[in-house]
Design a protein around this ligand. Structure first.
Ligand code: EPU
Length: 418
């Protein structure tokens, strides 16, 4: 197992390119199962979760060709299996995204139940109930969701909770169903909108994109197209926080300001100067940041996937800030690790109360989930001494070449074998 060694203290300067969004690439790769011809997905980030998705499709017999610059061509003509096995689903919950497309196009699917995870219980009841409402017969046995369907029927579904992959799964299924579906309380995340645009370009009929009510007229077939994945807004936000924490001056290219509007607002409140154009964002921080209060919410609210990074920011800021998590029930593991680096954090229920300290001190820390590990890297960038971050396979699931990008900005960081 590899680890990261970070020697803190260097302000970040320079520019880097933002990669394609993990959480947009994964659903679009699942959507290739809906196409009756080869499909190309471009701007795919080079990440473990993408490799896992490719393995998942490959095991079903789908033909994948990786072209230069991480463009992947997917051809489902050779498919011969419809199963997402436990060993893959346990490493990547997003595997559940194949359930809707498999049922809609091939009338059968077997997907392992994802089970618990480090950030909460994360059930998939809304995915299953929605597909049942569309006429799928689903049994949950032996740890698997086993589904069969003749052609799915459009349905009116009101989701109790705003769920990103749940909305994506049901939207993909509805795209090939007979008749019209309405999804109420749909997630409005940019990645959901990107998937809807992709399906429409394939010949689908989805309206209400970007709103909480999606109307989907099912079509008989969808064709393969070339789709370019969105920039990663969470990677963008993470590097903006890194620049702010280190008192740096960083330009992020190939990204977009609008999807990170709430993050930029909070960084400005914290004292950062942020300027942006259509495809770039620059952040300059002159002083020590000021602590800010943050409360996570579904999009367009403040993203839960940026919560840990703001805990790191507050930990070295002036003043005190409260970070409240409303999306997941148990997403504060990073706080315990940051305490080991000298952070003054008190977690009570869904809120972390953080009083900034002038300096964190390096310690060996353990990454418990993807965004938690990013926050520990951020803490390491400003800590005195050498921070060792273990279990970085979590980081590799979602951040492309993190140590190379940070090193390009002047950070003292290296990846070493165990
Ligand atoms: N929920 C239910 N029932 C369901 C589905 C969800 O109760 O059937 C609840 C969850 O327990 C949670 C809430 O709904 O409390 C929201 O979860 P959601 O379903 O939206 O999460 P997800 O679709 O599993 C995606 C991202 C996550 C991100 C969340 C929230 C992908 C592949 N994953 O997960 O990304 O945190 O939305 O924005 O899109 C990450 O990238 O690090 C990551 C965890």
């Amino acid at each position: 197992m590899e680890r990261l060694l970070i020697r803190g203290g260097a302000p970040l300067y320079g520019s880097i390119r933002i990669s394609g969004a993990k959480n947009a690439a994964l659903p679009v790769m699942a959507a290739t199962l809906l196409a009756d011809g080869p499909m190309t997905v471009a701007n795919i980030p080079h990440l473990h979760d993408v490799t896992t998705t490719m393995e998942l499709l490959g095991r079903m017999g789908v033909e994948l060709t990786v072209h230069e610059g991480m463009e992947v061509e997917v051809n489902t003509a050779t498919i011969e299996g419809f199963r997402a096995p436990y060993e893959l689903v346990k490493t990547m919950r997003a595997s559940i995204l194949v359930l809707g497309p498999l049922l809609a196009r091939f009338g059968q699917a077997e997907v392992s139940l994802p089970g618990g995870c480090a950030i909460g219980s994360r059930p998939v009841n809304i995915h299953v109930d929605g597909l049942r409402a569309m006429g799928a017969e689903i049994e949950v046995t032996d740890g698997y969701i086993k589904g069969r369907a003749d052609r799915l029927r459009g349905a009116h579904i009101r989701m109790d909770v705003s769920t990103v992959t749940g909305t994506e799964n049901l939207m993909m299924a509805a795209a090939l169903a007979e008749g019209t579906s309405v999804l109420e309380n749909a997630a409005r995340e940019p990645e959901v909108a990107d998937l809807a645009e992709c399906i429409n370009a394939m010949g689908g009929r989805i309206s209400g994109i970007g709103t909480s009510t999606l109307t989907i007229e099912g079509v008989e077939r969808l064709r393969g197209i070339r789709h370019q994945v969105l920039p990663d807004r969470i990677e963008t936000g993470t590097y903006l926080v890194a620049a702010a924490m280190t008192g740096g001056d960083v330009l992020l290219k190939d990204t977009a300001p609008e999807p990170v509007a709430t993050v930029i607002d909070k960084l400005r409140e914290s004292g950062a100067e942020v300027t942006a154009g259509a495809d770039w964002i620059r952040l300059v921080m002159h002083d020590r940041p000021r602590a800010v209060d943050v409360e996570t919410a579904p999009y367009p609210g403040f993203p839960t996937d940026m919560q840990a990074q703001f805990c790191a920011l507050n930990a070295i800021s002036t003043g005190a800030g409260e970070v409240t998590e409303t999306v997941f029930e148990n997403r504060f593991m990073h706080c315990l690790e940051m305490q080991r680096m000298g952070a003054d954090i008190f977690v009570e229920g869904a809120t972390a109360r953080i009083r900034g300290v002038e300096r964190l001190t390096a310690a060996p820390v353990i990454a418990t989930d993807l965004r938690a590990s990013a926050s520990l890297v951020l803490a390491g960038l400003v800590a005195e001494g050498e921070t060792r971050v273990d279990r970085i396979y979590h980081i590799d699931r979602g951040y492309e070449c993190i140590e190379e990008k940070l090193a390009q900005l002047g950070a003292d960081i290296q990846r070493v074998p165990d």
